[in-house]
Design a protein around this ligand. Sequence first.
Ligand code: 6GU
Length: 220
Amino acid sequence: MFPDYFEGPLDVSIVRRAVEDGLLEVDLIDLRDHGLGKHRQLDDTPFGGGPGMVMMIEPLASALEPLSSTTRILFTPAGIPMTQATLDRWAGLPEITFVCGRYEGVDQRIVDHFIDEEVSLGDYVLAGGEVAAAAAIEGVSRLIPGVVGNPESTDRESFRGGLLEEPVYTRPAEYQGWSVPDVLLSGDHARIEEWRREQRFRRTKERRPDLMSNGEDSDT
Ligand code: 6GU
């Protein structure tokens, strides 16, 4: 419903470069082009009553039918949360269609007949799926071979067993009395790696204990 939303996200950084280098193609579909009647209607009030509007069948069916050879994802707060594993899987697909639902929902018959997966960005409410789609495009783009210069930076997540990243520092070594941990300036690569690993575990345990369930020593 809001293709203009994507002008920014598609025009910067990794995604822009992926497109420029011919490694990624993104087509935007304006649902309004599939709207009904003179007003190009896209949504209507829910059967059974209640607040908000529901996205109608016909415009979405018209837009999605020709894309039946692609994997069709609906972004909705009622979906399964998107994780790195989701993006890794999508990055291996030749063609994906991201459908941005509005918060109040999409007629369930569209979901039943045209949608392969329902995915959420997280446990909070947004007005629509556009932010999730932009996040997915960016997250998938950096996994496409050749898009990110240093493949180590995309391998890292899996090397590190799904732990949170350690804190990082750069020059100057001291700023207004705030110093960098000595170990990072020591040149002792074994100690540095041990420190980083400890930091990853400490952070993850504190902030995301849910990631630690099988995380015992799955690093490196
Ligand atoms: Cl995909 N859509 C909306 N409307 N809200 C969300 C979401 C999606 N993911 C989290 N909140």
